[in-house]
Write a protein that binds this ligand. Structure first.
Ligand code: KG4
Length: 353
């Protein structure tokens, strides 16, 4: 037994993951894709401003990063000297936030000589489907599969050919799905981030009560700016007649908004499954926490014979577990980063991951 455990420990590298691309400071330890710890410090400071304030985010990362990394190592029961590599988010994200994680990682690397592994945040969201916890029965998607990546900054359909080969086959041409939730929530005065609040209210509302415009975009691309405008115009017109319109119709507004976003997302995803003849379909990113979207996946699975992969709630929003797991695949490929690496803020529209 001890022998077996030692072989296992030798076979899979022990990696630390660090995530600091936006407003969550997170560190995780994995052995291969087995998760030993995942610590996240979220930044409540932004809620008073209705969105992430970049300068405040970087300052909070600076305060959080040392305790978060220490806690992740402690919970995993490992020392920093045991690590075979340090995987970190190199981008895309907020520059000031990324710089904190990247420079902290470089500091560790200089002190310990541990190899650096640079991770694309979007790729990490997709590879979150390969994380498993000790003793857990886990089914990862076989390749190729399609992944709907939906967050506050991205709405993409990705054809995942392997951990190293991901093709963006559809992408928003303006706002992201999460942004649509957040902006519409903001005009209703619902607080930030709006997505989870809209989701909660939607559970009590009538999704067929209001109709909002849906985009007519060719191919597999998305657009959410028209929906946002149509939502805004509905409120503007109704408020002229009734100043209490939002308060009196909050749940129905949220349910109808959520239904429209989900219809848009699922429509293009269905088209992609047909176009590529792939029925293994995953969802990732912050908006994948949406219970309406999760229900829609289950519904499409039974209607169209999809095999679906839905992440645990802990791996939907930004977390270092996914960064460490993505780092494992780079480690296997011998893909290490140089200490001259600079973080990147954006990936271009159709760039492969
Ligand atoms: O992936 P994420 O944590 O951060 C990045 O954007 O990178 O995603 C955050 C987004 C926000 O727009 C938030 O409102 C949305 O995910 N979100 C949700 C839900 N939970 C988070 N949107 C709809 N329903 C939810 N339950």
């Amino acid at each position: 037994m001890v022998q077996q455990q030692m072989t296992q420990e030798k076979k899979y590298p022990l990696l630390l993951g660090i995530e600091s691309s936006c407003d969550d400071t997170s560190a995780a330890v994995v052995r291969g894709c087995e998760l030993l710890s995942n610590v996240i410090a979220s930044q409540a400071v932004h809620s008073a401003y209705g969105g992430v304030v970049p300068e405040m985010a970087s300052r909070a990362h600076q305060q959080n990063i040392v305790p978060v990394v220490s806690e992740a190592l402690k919970r995993a029961g490992v020392s920093v000297h045991d690590l075979d590599g340090i995987a970190f988010t190199a981008g895309p994200g907020l520059l000031g936030s990324l710089l904190v994680g990247v420079n902290f990682t470089k500091g560790l690397h200089l002190a310990l000589g541990t190899p650096l592994i640079s991770v694309n945040h979007l790729r990490a969201h997709v590879l979150a489907h390969f994380i498993y916890e000790p003793g857990e029965e886990h089914q990862s998607p076989e390749f190729p599969f399609l992944c709907l990546l939906v967050s506050g900054g991205n709405s993409q359909i990705i054809k995942v050919n392997s951990p190293y080969d991901m093709e963006v086959v559809g992408q928003t041409i303006d706002d992201a799905a999460g942004e649509a939730f957040d902006k519409c929530a903001k005009v209703m005065g619902l607080g930030y981030p709006g997505g989870p609040i809209v989701n909660k209210l939607a559970n009590e509302g009538n999704p067929l009560r209001f109709q909002f415009s849906k985009p007519q975009i060719k191919g597999l691309d998305y657009s959410f700016s028209g929906l946002k405008t149509s939502f805004l115009y509905t409120l503007r017109d109704e408020l002229k007649e009734n100043p209490n319109f939002i308060e009196e119709n909050k749940a129905d507004l949220c349910a109808s908004l959520q239904k429209t976003v989900i219809d848009i997302l699922m429509g293009k995803l269905l088209k992609a499954t047909k176009q590529y003849q792939i029925n293994r379909v995953a969802v990732a990113g912050g908006v994948s926490a949406n219970t309406g979207l999760r229900d829609a996946f289950a519904d499409y699975a039974s209607r169209y014979g999809w095999q679906i992969f839905i992440p645990k709630f802990a791996y939907t929003t930004d977390n270092a577990a996914m960064v460490a797991a993505a780092g494992y695949f780079s480690y296997l490929a011998g893909d290490f980063a140089s200490r001259d690496l600079v973080p990147f803020v954006r990936t271009t529209l159709k760039e492969n991951l």
